[in-house]
Structure formats: C-alpha cells, structure tokens
Design a protein around this ligand. Structure first.
Ligand code: ASP
Length: 409
C-alpha cells in the first residue's frame, strides 16, 4: 500500500517538475549546446522509451484479458447486457461533453477578433469516410490486426474467441485458463513498466513544455481555456455525478483511484497507450472485476472520446468565429451529431482528434483551413482531451461494474 502511494506521488512530482523544468529551460535551449545537444535529446529519449514500453503492453494485455474476461463472464446474455449498457453510457456522456464544449465556446468566444494569416494552409489529412470507419471494425485477419495494434478489430476477435471458449466446453475452459494466466503475467509487466513512470512522465511533459514555452499560449489563451475548463467541468459535473448517483461513492474516491491513468493520458496523449495503467487503476483502486474492466476499457479507449468531442465542439465554434461564419442553432446541433460520430472514429493515438476535426468542419460547412489555426497548439489541447477521454472510460467502467454487482472498494 505504502509503495503504491509513493509511486503515485512520484508520478505527480515528476509531472510538476517536468512542467517547471520544461518552461524554465525552453527559452535557453537554442543558446546552450549542452542542453540542445545532450540534455534534451536524452530526456526526449527517456520519454520515448516510456511510451514504447506502454505500447508494448497493449496488444497482449488487451487480447488476453478480454478473452479471459469474456470467458469468465460465462454468460453470453450478460455479456450482451454489459455491452449495451456500456455503449449507451459512452454515447450519452460523449453527447453531453460536446454540449459542454459548445457552451464553453459560446461563453469564451475564443475566435472573435483573431487575426488569421492570409496565407494559411490546411495541414491535416483527410478523415476517413464513415462507411470505412464501420467496415474497419471487422478484422479480415486477426493476426494482422494484432500486428497493427488495431484495437477495435482485436476487441471483436477476442470477444468471439472468449465466447467460443464458453461454448467449446471443457477444452475451451483450458484455453481460457491459459489466457487468464497470460493476462496476470501482463499485469505484472505493467507494474514493472509503471515503476519507470515517474521518469517517463517527467521526460514527456518536460519535452512538450520546453518545445512550446509559455509564450505560445497567449494568442490562443481563450481556446485553450475553453477546452481545459470544459474538460474540468465535464469531469466535475458528469463523472462526479455518476459516482454519487450510480456508484454511491465520493468523487474523491474516484479521482484519487484513477489519478495515475489520468496523468499517463495527459503526458502520452494516447488513450490506447494509457490502457495498461487504466486497467490496473480500475481493478486495483476502484475494485472493478476483470470481466467488466477488460471489456469496457479497451472499447472505451477506442470509441469513447468525451474530451475529443468536447474539443471538437469548442474548435468548431472557434473556427466559425475566426472566419466570421455565423453558426446557427441547427448548425450547432449538426456539430453535436457529427462530433459524436467523429469521436467514435477517432483512434486513441496522439493527434487523431485533429484529423477528425476536418470531418466535423466540412459536415457543417465550416472552412477546413481552420485546422491550420488549431494545429499549432494541438499538443496542448490533446493532453487535456486525452485525459478526459481516459477519465470518461473509467467513469463508465465503474458505473457498469456497480450495476453488475461488482464489489467496489
Ligand atoms: N489523443 C486522443 C486519445 O488518444 C485522441 C485525440 O487526438 O483526440 O484519446
């Protein structure tokens, strides 16, 4: 217990020291050969290693724990019920997030009075058509899905496989037991990797803070404030409310329990990359069972993006205001619908939300060049939205677990 607390503290300390260090050394890096030639590349390397170690865990951890989880639920109807509850909660929380985003955008008016450079160029890639997004859920070759770490396809195959373990009787049970053991081993590997987290977190946030510096924040202060305050409000109102109403637990219990996952999401800017930590947090600190967490969280890391949706709401308004396009109420409703769908199709990797923003902008007739406006500060916005994405997954996971009778801690 003491060890866990101290790791949590170390991660938090690494986070704050990283921000201070990054902002402090950022401006002097160009004039210091030692900093630019040795210190910063070393710090960047440490961050990248941490990221790779997290990514290394994902495929075996998700596949093994999902097969074991689906098999341990044991009952196909129960699995279906959990699936429906999860999807409904994911959709509702995401739609609420966009409404909060739009409200913040209307309140802060981040784009009013922006001086848009005349030679602005759109830099984002085109988003995939929706039909392809749906088709991409289904694997044609599960091994290829694993090699490419395609989470939705891995989930689909693992569910088939796990359910088939139940249907196959005695032999299936043997296979499920093996995957249960693999999952346990992967949790141990997760703990090993997490002992490196304080340094990894420090390195990642220090690199970002040094690259951006405080000065970049000024012209975009309002859009950054709108996204950050929106995320904080959503977490405080929606997730706290869910804890009190459905889990009968205090928000403090919840936020303390998932803090490592939230910080990891903030610094890695990847829901998928944070998944091993998220799984460990909800199981060990909130008391969610393996059966539920191993199903709800990988799915959430892929399709549930409250932060991304909120960000898309704010950014759509920002672009409209910056380009002086009047946004009617019906256009704002259009944003809620498309941003919900776009957030589902957003991969849990850094910067994916920016690409999907093109979909939202074009679908409501806003200039796609607006992407270039946001691109410069997207890393800063990505940190907050990924943090909310991951937090949202854990909140839904806790509610589903409570409704299924899991003994929450
Ligand atoms: N980085 C986000 C995530 O991994 C996705 C996004 O860019 O919005 O959750």
């Amino acid at each position: 217990m003491n060890k866990r607390i101290s790791l949590l503290w170390k991660i938090s300390i690494g986070f704050f020291l990283g921000i201070i260090f990054g902002f402090a050394v950022g401006p002097v890096i160009p004039s210091s050969p030692v900093l630019s030639g040795y210190v910063m590349p070393f710090i960047e390397l440490v961050g990248k290693i941490f990221l790779r170690l997290l990514m290394m865990l994902i495929v075996p951890l998700v596949f093994a724990s999902l097969v074991a989880g689906a098999a341990s639920v044991g009952d196909i109807h129960k699995l279906g019920r959990i699936g429906i509850k999860t999807l409904v909660l994911y959709f509702i929380t995401t739609a609420v997030a966009i409404v909060i985003g739009l409200a913040c955008g209307n309140l802060f008016q981040p784009g009013i009075g922006m001086n848009i450079p005349a030679d602005i160029q759109a830099t984002a890639r085109e988003a995939k058509p929706l039909v392809d997004v749906i088709l991409d859920i289904f694997p044609s070759n599960p091994i290829a899905s694993m090699v490419n770490a395609n989470m939705l396809q891995i989930i689909v195959f693992a569910l088939f496989f796990g359910v088939a373990c139940i249907l196959a009787g005695e032999r299936g049970k043997k296979i499920a037991d093996i995957f249960e053991s693999v999952a346990e081993v992967m949790y141990s590997v997760t703990h090993m990797v997490m002992s490196f987290a304080p340094y990894g977190v420090f390195a990642l946030i220090a690199t970002t803070a040094a690259k951006f510096g405080i000065s970049i924040l000024a012209p975009f202060a309002k859009v950054i404030a709108a996204v950050y305050i929106g995320c904080i409000l959503h977490a405080i109102i929606v997730y706290s409310g869910m804890m009190i109403l459905f889990c009968k637990r205090s928000p403090m219990w919840y936020f303390r329990g998932i803090r490592e996952a939230a910080i990891t999401a903030f610094v890695t800017r990847s829901s998928s990359g944070s998944l091993p930590v998220t799984l460990a947090n909800v199981r060990e600190n909130l008391g969610v069972s393996e059966g539920i967490s191993s199903f709800v969280l990988p799915l959430g890391a892929t399709i549930n993006m409250d932060g991304t949706a909120l960000y898309q709401g704010v950014c759509a308004l920002f672009v409209a205001q910056a380009f002086n396009v009047p946004l009617t109420l019906s256009m704002q409703i259009g944003i809620v619908v498309t941003a919900t769908l776009a957030s589902v199709g957003t991969a849990g990797v850094p910067g994916a939300g920016l690409i999907m923003l093109t979909l939202v902008l074009t679908s409501v007739g806003l200039p796609i060049e607006g992407i270039a406006l946001v691109a410069g500060i997207d890393v800063i916005l990505d940190a907050a939205r990924t943090c909310l994405n991951v937090t949202g997954d854990t909140a839904v996971c806790a509610v589903v677990a409570a409704s299924e009778g899991d003994e929450l801690k």
